[in-house]
Design a protein around this ligand. Sequence first.
Ligand SMILES: [Zn+2]
Length: 102
Amino acid sequence: MSYADLRELQSALSTASDIAFSLEAAPTAHEAEQLTDALRRALSAASALGADRGATGCAEHPRGAVDPLYGDKEDPLPPGYGRCLLCNDRRRRASAQRRGWR
Ligand SMILES: [Zn+2]
């Protein structure tokens, strides 16, 4: 979680709530647009708060190794594989077992 994302979230939410609570009638197109924009900023800041998962992008192994095959165009990883080497190894073992070789 980064402090900047948290500040952005708080500022966007406070802007959105200022606009929402100052409305006394249906918002004008401009007000509605400002409100939507503030909420969108809040949403993207909120998603960024949970996005700090280290290089692997994995919630379980944030400090684990990145799969060296990730992003390899000549030997692409199967669909559903991520950057986390530990999780990808688990997927490899599972799919090897499904195919019947251990
Ligand atoms: Zn993992």
